[in-house]
Every structure is written in C-alpha cells, then in structure tokens.
Design a protein around this ligand. Structure first.
Ligand SMILES: *[C@@H]1O[C@H](CO)[C@@H](O)[C@H](O)[C@H]1NC(C)=O
Ligand SMILES: *[C@@H]1O[C@H](CO)[C@@H](O)[C@H](O)[C@H]1NC(C)=O
Ligand SMILES: *[C@@H]1O[C@H](CO)[C@@H](O)[C@H](O)[C@H]1NC(C)=O
Ligand SMILES: *[C@@H]1O[C@H](CO)[C@@H](O)[C@H](O)[C@H]1NC(C)=O
Ligand SMILES: *[C@@H]1O[C@H](CO)[C@@H](O)[C@H](O)[C@H]1NC(C)=O
Ligand SMILES: *[C@@H]1O[C@H](CO)[C@@H](O)[C@H](O)[C@H]1NC(C)=O
Ligand SMILES: *[C@@H]1O[C@H](CO)[C@@H](O)[C@H](O)[C@H]1NC(C)=O
Ligand SMILES: *[C@@H]1O[C@H](CO)[C@@H](O)[C@H](O)[C@H]1NC(C)=O
Ligand SMILES: *[C@@H]1O[C@H](CO)[C@@H](O)[C@H](O)[C@H]1NC(C)=O
Ligand SMILES: *[C@@H]1O[C@H](CO)[C@@H](O)[C@H](O)[C@H]1NC(C)=O
Ligand SMILES: [Cu+2]
Length: 578
C-alpha cells in the first residue's frame, strides 16, 4: 500500500514496507512526454515519464519480473535503463542507446522485461540516450522475498531521497552546445531532492520536500544519486545515519554523520527519529534540514557549488497546522566541496554484510586481470566544433586511450547477427602506454586518444579483475565507473599508480562491498572482481554524463557458455530498428 498525502502543497511520499500485491509479475506503463515545470522562478518544458519529475517508483520483490511498456509521446529518441539490474541473459532489455538497442523513436513503443535476481534494496531507472536522464529517472525498490525480512529491525516507513540536478536552460541544448564548442558544458543551476531545490534557492521555499516523521520510530532513507555530473555529500542535521546497503546489496551497518554518493550509486540509510520533541514550540524547533552539496574533486573545472535541502519534521501532538517555515531548521555540517579525505574515509567503510542469509562469493583467484587507464583528453577540432577547449582543442575522454565512438546501429544486434564493421574486438587489456599515470606535468603528446568502437570479448565464466587506473591527464578527478549486466566486488582502492605486486596483498577478499558503480579515487585506482557468468553485451562507462559523452566508455561482451542456460535469451521480436 502506498500513501500519497498532498498537504498544503507539501508532498510527502512514503511507501509502506511491504508489497501491495504478491504477484510475481508487475506491469507498468511509462509515457514519455513533455511537461511544464516551474523551478527557480522559471517555467520550462522538460521530458518526463507520465508527466512526473522524478518519475514513478517501481516496486518489486526480490527475484520478480517487472514489465514496463514505454510509449514515446515526445519528440526525442529515447531508451530506458534499469540501473543495477543484472538482467541475467537478457541484454536485449538493458537499454543503452546504440549499445543494446536502437532508440524508441517518437510515436513508437517498446516493452522492457526487467528480470530481477539477486538484487535487494534500492536501485533506479533512467533514460540512457543523450542527456535525457537529467529529468527522466525514478526509483526501483526491491523488497525481501515473502517470508524473509530485512537483515535489520523492520523500519517504520521509508523515505525516498532522489538527488538530482536542475538546469534553467534546455538540457538537450546544453549537450549540443558543449559538443559544438568542444568545451565543458554549462553547469546546473540547482541540485534537487525529490525534484525540489529547497529553501536556499529563489522561489523554491514553498515546495521544499518535507518528510514528516514520528518520534521514536526508525526510517529507511533510500538515497539515489541521479545527478548528471556531480558526486554529492549528503547529511541530516541532528541525526547520525546508519548505512545498511548500497547498490541493492546489504552492507555491514556503520554509523556516519554524512555520506558521499557518486552518480549511479544508491545508499540505504537508517535514521532513528530520536531528537527530543519540543511540543510547546513552533514547528521550526522540530525541523531538521537534510542537505546535499557537491564533492568536486577536479581542480579548475567549474561546477555548481550550491546546496539543496529538504526537511525532516517531527509530528507533534496535537498536530500543528503547517504554516510556512517561520525560522530556520537546524542545518547539518557537511565536508568542504574539495574534501577528498572525507570522501575516501567514508567510502572505505563500506563492506558486504556477508551473512548466512546474504552470502557473498568473491573470486579468490582470477583468470584474467584487465587494467584500464581512465583519462581526460583533447582532440583536434573539425568543422563541427569551435575549439573553445584546452589548447584550442576540443575535450575528449578515454579508457585505455580509446575514446569510444558510439555506432549508428546497436552493438548487440551486430553481435547477434554477426554483422561486421560495427565494432572491433580490440579493446586493450592493459594501457597501451605505461607512464606515471598520476604524475604531475604529464607531457602533452599523451593527451590525444584514438577514436574507435572497440569492445572486450570475455569468455563465459571467467573470473575477472578490472583495475581502473585514474590518471592526471588534463584533470585528475574521481570517476564513477559503472558496469551493466553484473555487479562487482570492490576489492581494493588506493592513491597513486596501481602496483600489481604490492597492492593485491592489501585486497579485501573477505567482505568487500558489491556495487555496480565505483568511484575511482582522484589520482588513484580501484580494483573490482566478478565472475563473467552473464552472457551479453554490457556497457561500461563513467557515470558523469559529460565524460560518457566524451568517450569514457567501452563494452564487455560476455560470450555464451556451452549449456542453453548459459546463453543469451532469443532476440525479442519487437526490438526497435535503426
Ligand atoms: C507549456 O507551456 C507553454 C506556454 O504556456 C505551452 O505552450 C505548452 O503547450 C506547455 N506544454 C505542455 C506540455 O503542457
Ligand atoms: C549556457 O550558459 C550561458 C551562460 O550563462 C547561457 O547564455 C546559455 O543560454 C546557456 N545555454 C543553455 C542551453 O542553457
Ligand atoms: C531543446 O533543445 C533541443 C536540442 O536543440 C531541441 O531539439 C528541443 O526542441 C529543445 N526543447 C525545447 C523544449 O525547447
Ligand atoms: C522549545 O521551544 C520553545 C519555544 O520556541 C523554546 O523557548 C524552548 O527553548 C524549546 N525547548 C527546547 C528543549 O528546545
Ligand atoms: C580546499 O579548498 C580550500 C579553499 O579554497 C583550500 O584552502 C584547501 O587547500 C583545499 N583543500 C584541498 C585538499 O585541496
Ligand atoms: C560534422 O557533422 C556532420 C553532421 O552531423 C557530419 O555529417 C560530419 O561527418 C561531421 N564532420 C566530422 C569531421 O565529424
Ligand atoms: C609519479 O608522479 C608522482 C607525482 O609527481 C611522484 O610522486 C612519483 O614519485 C612519480 N612516480 C614515479 C615512478 O616516477
Ligand atoms: C594514444 O594514442 C595516440 C594515437 O595513437 C597517441 O598519440 C598517444 O600518445 C596515446 N596516448 C596514450 C596515453 O597512450
Ligand atoms: C564456473 O567456474 C567455476 C569455478 O571454476 C566452476 O566451479 C563452475 O562450475 C563454472 N560454471 C560453469 C557453468 O561452467
Ligand atoms: C532517432 O533514431 C533513429 C533510429 O536509430 C535515427 O534514424 C534518427 O536519426 C534518430 N534521430 C535523432 C534526432 O537522433
Ligand atoms: Cu568520469
């Protein structure tokens, strides 16, 4: 049962912590359409699902199947991706445009099968075409199977916290302009919590998101970073948070005053409503700000340095009439925007729950190690750019010195039909050039990547380790690398250059966190392990949208195994055509 209360324009959304129905297949219809939204004193038309921003939440039980019929009533090509859902053997419905499908063109429709397996907790869905995901996104909540329960006391209610980014201008145009100029895209004008910028922005106060809570109860905050280009710190004034899950996997609980969350990640947090209640006072004394602001790791790159807020409000009895906020609620303390130590210390605490009911299976040995240098680059201009980028070039980005070129027909179809010429199988297993990746003053000749569409072929059931090596080329930055089709164990992270003799000795092979998006530390590296037992065509990319656009992407094709159960499902009849 879901309760939606619209009280004096203050929207409260709580899902009760059980599923409305126990049916194993749930069906949704998502209509892509433009809708007018007013934020920061200006009204503009944005792309939405069913007119909602953020879009509708998908509720499911562990292991269930969900279908979403997408009807495109907009004037844009679009695709949707179910972020964090492994989609066993089902790359057909994974979503990235020109990787696993051709776009859903205006006026047409496509039904996605979302096959859930091991995921339990919070995920999300978003558009995976151009920058449409700025406004086309929503939550996916996956509940324990009937008869099982959370690995912690059942929270009283849950509160979705969807962190987003808002541009006053047309986001599609921001992308077009950035590609034309060859320079950094316009920064956003606000961050949002559940679609609302909050009290610190002009014209936003009356619609700030307010979650009403009862003293003595425990709440589950399901936090999703759906921002386009920014990692974020998030905290709640007056309350410590207990992290219990990330990326739809449970973690060993730990208490923290703030979190750092990269685009693409989710975090499940318990909040105990344990502040003393001031029943005699005006409501402001029983209100606490929740706030998010950027963790901006790149030096010299312009970013939106504003702060979004929402409010936790204790319900007093007798219930007070809600009026506009008369005085400021307590504000949380958040790390400085450039506080890499704070980001690192927080992230280092994440560990898998690894309990009897939630076992893990970290590959103890590996068949193959792939090292991927993650770099910012520049390319010479062509007639389509005006060269406003560094050194009179245009900005680009790469993995192992290949700046991914998106094909005009999808890779999965080409793989399935053995069409040659769409992609090559030459994505290198190691950086083509070994240099001091995290050195200062790197020579300029390193900066130019190759533009190509190269994938990495992976034998079925390979135990694979991927080491992402951050580089200082152009700008050092924390890059959230996201893999489709499987989650991975983050076995190690560190600063400087990865040392293949020394660093593996420090790996956590006991209870590393399982994630689908890992932040590669600025001027550092991260090592992940997984068993490649999900055959398919799986996109891997930085989840900062501008880096994805510039080519910080590649594709892993996991080959079929020998048995029918280890092979890609047959191609659905209704795939969109290019
Ligand atoms: C948005 O508002 C403009 C101006 O009032 C109007 O022309 C347009 O039809 C509206 N769009 C939608 C989708 O309602
Ligand atoms: C980008 O920012 C510039 C400078 O603020 C502004 O003039 C321009 O309209 C913006 N572009 C878009 C598409 O919003
Ligand atoms: C936004 O910009 C895109 C790309 O230029 C354009 O196709 C679209 O019509 C614009 N949308 C609105 C609502 O102005
Ligand atoms: C309760 O609120 C009143 C009125 O705002 C204030 O004077 C008092 O200090 C508050 N008490 C506590 C314990 O915060
Ligand atoms: C962060 O920024 C502050 C203020 O600009 C500066 O003083 C400080 O040195 C910076 N810290 C780091 C770690 O870069
Ligand atoms: C410039 O853009 C046009 C239209 O998209 C395209 O046909 C052409 O190949 C582009 N030129 C280069 C050098 O990429
Ligand atoms: C790489 O560069 C860093 C930063 O300048 C320096 O501290 C380190 O010694 C260099 N490593 C090697 C192997 O040259
Ligand atoms: C990337 O490839 C280009 C073109 O082959 C080369 O000029 C450049 O030095 C390479 N850079 C690195 C870091 O491998
Ligand atoms: C995958 O590899 C593991 C470890 O080598 C092995 O136990 C398992 O049987 C393999 N599975 C398949 C389907 O080949
Ligand atoms: C939309 O997708 C179709 C099919 O791939 C393609 O032919 C068309 O050029 C695309 N339109 C735009 C505006 O990208
Ligand atoms: Cu990146």
């Amino acid at each position: 049962m879901r309760l939606i209360v619209n009280l004096l324009g203050l929207l409260l959304v709580y899902g009760l912590l059980c599923l409305p129905v126990s049916a194993n297949i749930r069906q949704y219809e998502f209509v892509i359409k433009e809708a007018n939204y007013t934020r920061l004193c200006e009204t503009k038309s944005i792309l939405t699902v069913n007119g909602q921003f953020p879009g509708p939440t998908i509720y499911a039980g562990k292991g269930h199947k969900v279908t979403v019929k997408v009807v495109n009533h907009a004037e844009y090509n679009i695709t949707l991706h179910w972020h964090g859902v492994d989609q066993p053997r089902n790359p057909w419905h994974d979503g990235p445009a020109y990787i696993t499908q051709c776009p859903i063109t205006p006026g047409s429709e496509f039904t996605y099968d979302i096959i859930l397996s091991e995921e339990e907790g919070t995920m999300w869905w978003h558009a995976h075409s151009d920058w449409d995901r700025a406004t086309v996104h929503g939550a996916i909540f996956v509940y324990p199977k009937l008869g099982s329960s959370f690995p912690f006391a059942k929270p009283y209610k849950e509160i979705p916290i969807i962190l987003g980014e808002w541009w006053k201008g047309n986001v599609s145009q921001v992308l077009v302009d950035a590609l034309r100029a060859g320079n950094d895209p316009n920064i956003s004008d606000a961050y949002t919590i559940n679609g609302q910028p909050g009290d610190l922005y002009v014209c936003s106060k009356p619609e700030t998101f307010i979650a009403q809570i009862e003293h003595g109860k425990t709440y589950l905050l399901r936090v999703i970073n759906a921002a386009v280009n920014n990692e974020l710190f998030f905290a709640v004034a007056g309350h410590r948070l207990t992290v219990v899950g990330t990326d739809a996997r449970y973690t060993k609980p730990f208490a923290t005053d703030f979190i750092m969350i990269t685009p693409g990640q989710t975090m499940d947090l318990l909040l105990e409503a344990n502040r003393p209640l001031n029943a005699s006072s005006s409501s402001s004394n029983n209100r606490y700000y929740m706030a998010a602001k950027p963790y901006a790791s790149a030096l010299g790159v312009k970013y939106d340095d504003t702060t979004t807020t929402a409010i936790l409000e204790y319900i007093t009895t007798p219930r007070r009439k809600m009026t506009t906020i008369d005085s400021s609620p307590v504000f949380p303390s958040l790390p400085a925007n450039n506080d890499t130590d704070a980001a690192t210390t927080f992230t280092a605490q994440l560990r898998s729950l690894a309990s009897e009911d939630h076992p893990i299976d970290v590959p103890q040995t590996i068949d193959k190690r792939v090292v991927i240098a993650v770099a910012m680059n520049v390319l010479p201009c062509n007639e389509n750019n005006t060269c406003l980028g560094p050194f009179g070039n245009r900005i680009s980005a790469s993995l192992n010195n290949i700046s991914f070129e998106t094909p005009i027909t999808d890779i999965l179809d080409a793989y399935d039909h053995q069409i040659v010429g769409v992609y090559g199988e030459g994505f290198p297993s190691d950086p083509p050039l070994i240099y001091n990746f995290t050195g200062d003053n790197l020579p300029r000749f390193l900066l130019t990547p190759k533009k190509a569409t190269e994938v990495m072929m992976v034998e079925y059931n390979t135990s694979i380790e991927v080491v992402f090596q951050g580089t200082n080329q152009l700008t050092a930055e924390n890059h959230p690398l996201h893999l489709h089709g499987q989650s991975f164990y983050v076995v190690g992270r560190g600063f400087g250059n990865f040392d293949k003799e020394k660093d593996p000795q420090g790996y956590n092979l006991v209870d590393p966190p399982m994630e689908n998006t890992v932040g590669i530390p600025k001027s550092g590296w991260a090592a992940v392990r997984f068993r490649a037992n999900n055959p398919g065509v799986w996109f891997m990319h930085c989840h900062l949208e501008r880096h994805l656009t510039w080519g910080m992407d590649t594709v892993f094709i996991v080959k079929n195994g020998r048995t029918p159960e280890s092979q890609i499902l047959p191609r659905p009849m209704n795939m969109p055509q290019c």
